[in-house]
Design a protein around this ligand. Structure first.
Ligand code: PLP
Length: 319
């Protein structure tokens, strides 16, 4: 499986569970995208699928779904589009005429499967997600059937055996209640806040935005200052932004809670934080610095991280 290195860690997790070798393609630091050209030379007769994100979690930019899917079609392999973050926003943003939204769905030849998260911008409870296939033949690989089991014929469509009906009912009720109009209104409001944020970051000396934010996530970096130190300064001012790595960056994900007053506060605090770091040029971290997913925490030494992370999970189970 070949994926841009900005593809979600869930692909690495799936690769580990299913014994698939995952090959990462580095993304361009300016556009934040991996090119299909870089994928071509990695395809072998063993390659089963190419991955594209719409958009990726870390930098919030769309991969070039059309060219990656075309390449997959040419080689007769799968092309999975990870639309977990974009699913409930992109179609509405496209209808609202946003130009950062390039084609990403089954209208693109070569796309064979798409994942969507209803619990993100679908505003439904966590615990349910959506996977869609271009055809039923592909979907059947997901099914498990045991015809000889002592408990009777056992057939299940998903990795989970017993599943909560209440969750599906709540998801359905939320979607029906909000409807297309509700989702379009939410997407429009979020897009306005994204525009405001981009404007502020673009006008902040020493900061740059990675690529073209496609939906709700805006990632920024700095070629002159330590972006993690800027994040620390933001934390001192009450912000909880996501620290990213490879490349070093910080992102902010706009939601319905990102309002005009949040943006005003961001504008003041980011200016102060950048100025504070500029005043202490010694604040630089070593090349081994690692950011922890879903947090603003940064570790100074990568070599111990796996053990620390496993120890942390163990501790949660002990509690
Ligand atoms: C783009 C993207 N893909 C996949 C996932 C993984 O979702 P889950 O946490 O349900 O494994 C996320 C979650 O943040 C995501 O943003």
């Amino acid at each position: 499986m070949i994926a841009p290195n900005t593809a979600h860690a869930a692909f690495e997790k799936a690769a580990q569970y299913f014994g698939i070798r995952l090959i990462h393609v580095p993304v361009d630091v300016v556009t934040g995208k991996a090119s299909a050209q870089d994928m071509i030379r990695l395809i072998t007769p063993n390659t089963i699928a190419l991955v594209a994100s719409a958009p990726c979690f870390s930098l919030g930019v769309m991969d070039d779904v059309e060219s990656i899917a075309a390449l997959a079609a040419e080689h007769g392999i799968g092309c999975h589009v990870d639309c977990c973050l974009g699913s409930f926003l992109l179609p509405q943003l496209a209808k609202l005429g946003r130009t950062a939204v390039s084609p990403f769905d089954f209208s693109v030849p070569g796309v064979t499967s798409i994942s969507c998260d209803s619990h993100k911008y679908g505003f439904t409870p966590k615990g349910g997600s959506i996977i869609m296939y271009r055809g039923t033949a592909l979907r059947q690989y997901q099914y498990f059937v045991s015809t000889e089991w002592s408990g009777g014929i056992y057939a299940t469509p998903t990795l989970l055996g017993s599943r909560p009906g209440a969750l599906i009912a709540a998801t359905w009720a939320t979607m029906i209640t909000l409807g297309q109009d509700g989702y379009r209104q939410a997407a429009g409001q979020i897009a306005l806040m994204v525009d405001r944020l981009c404007d502020i970051i673009e006008h902040t000396e020493d900061l740059f935005i990675f690529g073209k934010p496609a939906s709700s996530v805006v990632a920024f970096g700095s070629s002159t200052l330590n972006v993690y130190a800027i994040n620390d300064e933001m934390s001192h001012r009450g912000w909880h932004l996501n620290a990213l790595q490879n490349p070093a960056a910080v992102h902010i994900a706009c939601t319905m809670l990102t309002t005009e007053s949040t943006i005003e506060k961001f504008m003041e605090d980011i200016a102060e934080s950048v100025a504070a770091v500029r005043a202490q040029p010694m604040l630089s971290l070593g090349a081994g610095t690692a950011a922890i997913y879903g947090t603003n925490a940064v570790l100074p030494d990568k070599s111990i991280i796996e053990d620390v992370a496993k120890g942390y999970i163990d501790l949660l189970y002990k509690l």
